[in-house]
Ligand binder design. Structure first.
Ligand SMILES: [Zn+2]
Ligand SMILES: [Zn+2]
Ligand SMILES: [Zn+2]
Length: 255
């Protein structure tokens, strides 16, 4: 089976290292290189950034963090480390009038719920939006990228007002699932499987509705060689939980 890049990156940990005495990070990369030399690290990348260096290592978060903290200059705080947070938080807004476009939505949210925010500041706190159809064609669901600060305020409200509707808001974690093989972290166009897999038994050649197998096999967990005797769409699927935890770890919830 072809493991694609997106699945593989789940085994990576990306850490930013910085030196308070070297704010431009001129020597951080070389320092890190020396520190991890001959230590059996599975380094996949080490690059300079504007403020330090970014280290990509294969391994679990716990293991990589523990090994880094064993290094004296890090333990003593001379070199600081933090994990990369390159994803923005997202909120799901239910029950939005389906006539409203993205620009109107953002301005409506500000005007009816966040009057204390200047229009430009508010725009900066909002990223891309995705509109999703619902069974009721009068209302749509929107998934909106927001800053950590705005997310917190929206979630505290629970309901926000848009046009003539009170809309329920929820935290949203964007899970990408392939509709060909049902595995997580890649889209169908990047799928490594030649044929579609049955979502019940995980085998190719038939659809779920035609499946004759009694017990389910989760294709995600099966390919990770972990317990797979459950439906691939089970909310308790360990692969799903791992994927969600990975996304949460990489999300910048800071204000
Ligand atoms: Zn796939
Ligand atoms: Zn089947
Ligand atoms: Zn599973």
């Amino acid at each position: 089976m072809v493991r694609n890049k997106q699945e593989e990156r789940r085994d990576d940990v990306k850490i930013i290292l910085e030196d308070v005495n070297d704010p431009d990070g001129k020597e951080v990369k070389d320092k890190v290189k020396n520190l991890i030399k001959d230590q059996g690290w599975k380094v996949q990348g080490l690059a300079k950034t504007k403020t330090g260096a970014i280290l990509t290592v294969k391994g679990s978060e716990e293991e990589v963090n523990r090994k880094l903290k064993e290094i004296p200059v890090i333990r003593e705080g001379k070199l600081t480390m933090r994990e990369v947070k390159d994803k923005k938080p997202m909120v799901r807004i239910n029950g939005v009038d389906s006539e409203i476009n993205e620009e109107e939505l953002i301005e409506e949210i500000r005007r009816k719920n966040f009057q204390g925010w200047e229009r430009e500041d508010f725009k900066k706190a909002v990223g891309r939006g995705i509109k999703k159809k619902t069974r009721n064609d009068k209302v749509a669901t929107w998934i909106l990228e927001v800053s950590g600060k705005l997310r917190q305020q929206i979630l505290e409200m629970g309901i926000i007002y848009v046009a003539y509707n009170g809309c329920r808001v929820w935290d949203h974690i964007d899970i990408l699932r392939c509709y060909k093989c049902h595995k997580l972290g890649h889209a169908a166009k990047r799928c490594g499987e030649k044929e579609d897999l049955c979502s019940w038994c995980g085998k190719p050649g038939h659809k779920r509705a035609e499946c004759k197998v009694a017990a389910p096999t989760c294709a995600c967990c099966h390919s990770q060689k972990i317990r797979s005797d459950h439906d691939v769409f089970d909310h308790g699927c360990p692969s799903l939980i791992r994927e969600m935890e990975w996304i949460v770890r990489r999300t910048d919830y800071g204000a």
